[in-house]
Write a protein that binds this ligand. Structure first.
Ligand SMILES: O=C([C@H](O)CO)[C@H](O)[C@H](O)COP(=O)(O)O
Length: 182
C-alpha cells in the first residue's frame, strides 16, 4: 500500500466508527447561533481557522478566538473548541469560559472522557489517533496528530456541506463573500 492509500484507509477507519448524526446536530446548532467562535491550539487551531473561513464564505458571522478583531463571547453565541487530547489548557479554558458565560459549547475531540468533552454541551467525538497515542485510540502510521487533523478537516467540510444545502444560493453567497483583495 502506498502512503496515500494508507492515509485514506486510516480515515475510513475513523469515519466508520463515528456517529454521523452528530454532524447534522452540530450544523443545526450553528444555524441557530447568532455568532460562531472557534478555538484550538497548534494544528487543531489551523483546522479551526479553515472551518471559520468556510463558514464566513457561507454567510455566518464567525470569529477566531485570540484574533485582534474578535469581540466578547455572549450567551447567544456558540464556541467550537477543537482539541485531539481534549486537555490543552488554552482550549479548555476558553470552553470553561463559554460555560460560565452561558454560551453553547461544542467540543471536537478524540477523547470522549477529556476535560473538554465534560465541559461541552455537544461533543463531536472523532475516534482517531492523537499525538499522545493513548490506550484505546485507533492506530496510525502517521506522526503526531495528523490523523485527527485530517479527520477533523473532512468532518468540518461535511458540516459546511450540510450547512450550504440548508441555505438559498450557497455557491453565489460564497462567491460574493470570497476575498476580492487577493
Ligand atoms: O499542533 C499540534 C500537534 O500535535 C503538534 O504537531 C496540536 O494540534 C496541538 O498541540 C494541540 O493539541 P490538541 O489540543 O490535543 O489537539
Amino acid at each position: 500500500m502506498n502512503e496515500l492509500t494508507l492515509i485514506v484507509t486510516e480515515l475510513e477507519q475513523v469515519f466508520k466508527r463515528m456517529n454521523t448524526d452528530k454532524l447534522t446536530e452540530l450544523t443545526t446548532t450553528l444555524l441557530e447561533s447568532q455568532r460562531i467562535f472557534v478555538t484550538g491550539e497548534g494544528r487543531s487551531g489551523l483546522m479551526a481557522k479553515a472551518f471559520a473561513m468556510r463558514l464566513m464564505h457561507l454567510g455566518a458571522t464567525v470569529y477566531v478566538v485570540g484574533e485582534t478583531t474578535t469581540p466578547a463571547l455572549t450567551e447567544a453565541d456558540t464556541l467550537i473548541a477543537l482539541s485531539g487530547s481534549g486537555e490543552t489548557k488554552a482550549t479548555l479554558w476558553a470552553a470553561q469560559q463559554a460555560e460560565l458565560l452561558g454560551s453553547t459549547g461544542v467540543a471536537i475531540t478524540a477523547n470522549n472522557d477529556s476535560s473538554l468533552a465534560k465541559v461541552a454541551q455537544l461533543v463531536l467525538h472523532v475516534p482517531s489517533a492523537t499525538k499522545h497515542r493513548n490506550q484505546g485510540e485507533l492506530e496510525s502510521v502517521q506522526p503526531l496528530g495528523s490523523l485527527f487533523d485530517q479527520s477533523v478537516h473532512l468532518l468540518l467540510d461535511a458540516i459546511c456541506l450540510i450547512y450550504a444545502n440548508k441555505i438559498e444560493g450557497a455557491q453565489e453567497q460564497a462567491i460574493h463573500n470570497h476575498s476580492n483583495l487577493e
